[in-house]
Design a protein around this ligand. Sequence first.
Ligand SMILES: [Zn+2]
Length: 315
Amino acid sequence: MELREVATDVYACLQEDRGLGYSNSGLIKRGSGLVVDTFWDLGHTRELIKHYERVRSQPPGYVVNTHHNGDHCWGNQLFPEAEIIGHRLCAEAMLKERPEAMQAVRDAGSSPDPALAAMAERLSDWDFSGIELAPPTRLIEDRLSLDLDGVPVELIYVGPAHTQGDLIVHLPEQRVVFSGDILFRLCTPIGWEGTYAHWFSALDYIVGLEPEIIVPGHGPLCGVEGPNEMKAYLEYVYSESKRFFEAGLSTLEASVKIELGPYADWTEPERLLFNVERAYRELRGEPFDAPIDALMLFRNMHELYVLRGWDRRKP
Ligand SMILES: [Zn+2]
């Protein structure tokens, strides 16, 4: 975990991308102080707070959640003095992901089911005990403008792209964007509720803001090359998926055949299957928030991983 000053009074706390859940956070230390996203468990969030206390002794007045996935909000309870801000749909969805269920998967390391055992092994760095969900209480529809002692902060709804309640945080004067999981950098994206079209336009929107620095939801800092490359990946996966959908292949069969080319070094390559599945859902005409059988998808991702002989890139 590393604290970086990305502009005057603006920080990013970056976790090295070691797989599932290694997300990034941000701090604007002006005015009452604002934190963008907390981490996936209490231990990692306590470490995050220690980093922020090095540059600002008082707790922040605001925590913004970019979306409802636990790796961006399950540390919220450690900011009891902050007003928690998020999109209305983020707040609704947050209560549906249960830390107890995730802890049960994490503890299934000796399961005879190889997909479950692999998942448990990937969660072994995390401890989901003691988490009490603290969803946003100040809700956004389209946009909210804040002023932190002269620093304008724009919270902008760009979903449904990665999830239904996606927000980005834009600092127009500092030319910084905290993208949440609209952007995964050098890391294969995964999408839940949303559409390819919205994800493309959200990435284009970020590029149009002309930021100098983007703090992605996962992976290292970047400029606009980040959203441009991720859009190219999603466009490529969508067009390949369409080709294989029309040829009658299953999502697993298609995912085995799709060449990753310039994206082959991105972490978590097996998420390709998740992205193919999303394309197939759209091609079948299903709504963006159709229920996802996540367990089946994680099983197929495991199978894809084995079939393609990928190495787990975990140090
Ligand atoms: Zn995430």
